[in-house]
Design a protein around this ligand. Structure first.
Ligand code: FAD
Length: 386
């Protein structure tokens, strides 16, 4: 089968790998350069976890973990480095009795995932850099960790290329139309490319593309920032293995240990609350004093040894659905076109699995998952049709 992939970010690159590996002819079309910083998958790190206040995501992550392990093995085998995904351990914390903590524990138990509970008393031995209040509890998931984001996208794309895929960079798809039982895309330069199937994996650009196909769904693109602060003292307490990856469920904040890697030992911290609604072409890509100050205020509460000095900062985009569930469905009226959006700021950890699911659905292979929560009909009053 000839499969076109519109958008080679996290989802598109992983789908290209799976499809090309299965022997399909794959043409990836990417409007910018591979691993550009204008979408959602750029950067050095993303949290990978099974601890979720929702057992659907906890259960899906079982297979995504297997794929991360496969990617790690291939990465090592090809001499690229030690790992793309590092299971350094992580905590998901909040006030005792918080419904999100209870739901996350229930999901882990339902899915048989090992975890333990930590309190402020465990700080000296387990997370010396981070202040937990006495009325808070942390779910510690040993298999939680981080994936190297940009590196994973580049590596998946290189695997796809190795299996014979073509990836055309700086190639914007301007139009999509049905062509017999398949599909045809028009590039900006007027060139048309025909495929048997098309995957739309366009991240923050999904909404306008679907609108041209007569499908309107309530996706909101938001401007999100993250900041790296320098440790003022005790840098060893911020190292991988000492500071777990962490999520503050109540404050909607998250962060990483210091990964080094050109960020001068800085410690990454982000606020997950939705930022200003934006569009990828016009979003303000400069981190403002106010963005920095919000991150600083949070950092002061949790990290007594982190300085106010910013060593790196970045603006990134979330593509949000109202229910924060992903989109995985064929486009109404176009059975040869599948749309997959790893939405709402939590999709990177799923990209190997979403790529595999997309590859299966595009080539008529049934997947062993109930994907009904990801269907487009959920946005419609008439649930059978958009
Ligand atoms: C600050 C931040 C922190 C995050 N933290 C986490 C985390 O810790 N854990 C986690 O699991 N997830 C996290 N996420 C979410 C995760 O990164 C995203 O869900 C994921 O990267 C989305 O991948 P994507 O392939 O859908 O989009 P993208 O990677 O943006 O890819 C879409 C691609 O489509 C291309 N494109 C669009 N239109 C066209 C066109 N017309 N023609 C050709 N190409 C086109 C774009 O150029 C782009 O490359 C975070 C996101 C952000 C922004």
């Amino acid at each position: 089968m000839r499969v076109l992939i519109l958008g080679v970010g996290g989802v598109g690159a992983m789908a290209a790998w799976h499809l090309a590996q299965a022997g399909h002819e794959v043409i990836g079309l990417e409007r910018h350069r591979l691993d550009h910083d204008r979408g959602s998958s750029y950067g050095d790190s993303r949290i990978v976890r099974r601890v979720y206040p929702d057992s659907l995501y906890t259960s899906l992550m079982a297979d995504s973990y297997l794929l991360w392990e496969q990617l790690n093995a291939l990465y090592r085998m090809r001499g690229q480095g030690t790992a793309l995904f590092h299971a350094c351990g992580g905590i998901y914390f909040g006030p005792k009795g918080d419904p999100r903590i209870a739901a996350a524990q229930a999901a882990l138990e339902e899915c048989g995932v090992a975890y333990d509970l930590w309190t402020a008393a465990d700080r000296p031995s387990h997370f010396p850099a981070l202040t937990l209040q006495d009325d808070e509890v942390a779910i510690h998931e040993p298999s939680m960790g981080f994936a190297l984001a940009s590196e994973s996208v580049r590596f998946a794309a290189s695997l796809a290329l190795g299996f014979g895929a073509t990836i055309r960079e700086e190639t914007r798809v301007a139009g999509i139309e049905e062509a017999g039982s398949g599909v045809s895309v028009a590039l900006e330069n007027g060139e048309k490319i025909r495929g048997d199937r098309l995957l739309i994996a366009a991240g923050a650009w999904t909404q306008p593309l679907l609108a041209t196909l007569g499908t309107t769904i309530p996706l909101t693109v938001t401007r999100q920032t993250y900041v790296y602060f320098d440790p003022a003292s005790h840098p060893e307490d911020f190292a991988v293995g000492r500071l777990p990856v962490w999520i503050d469920a109540a404050a909607n904040a998250y962060g990483f240990p210091s990964l080094g890697m050109g960020r001068a030992g800085g410690v990454k911290l982000g606020l997950h609350d939705r930022g200003v609604a934006s569009a990828p072409e016009t979003v303000d890509r400069i981190v403002s004093g106010e963005d920095r100050e919000s991150a600083r205020r949070y950092a002061r509460r949790r990290f007594e040894h982190l300085s106010d000095r910013v060593v790196y900062e970045k603006v990134c985009l979330y593509t949000n659905t109202p229910d924060e569930d992903f989109v995985i469905d064929t486009v109404p009226g176009l059975p040869a076109v599948l749309v997959v959006s790893a939405c709402s700021g939590h999709g990177f950890k799923f990209t190997p699995l979403l790529g595999s699911i997309a590859a299966s659905l595009l080539t008529d292979i049934t997947v062993p998952y109930d994907l009904s929560r990801f269907h487009l009909s959920r946005f419609s009053a008439d649930k059978s049709r958009l």
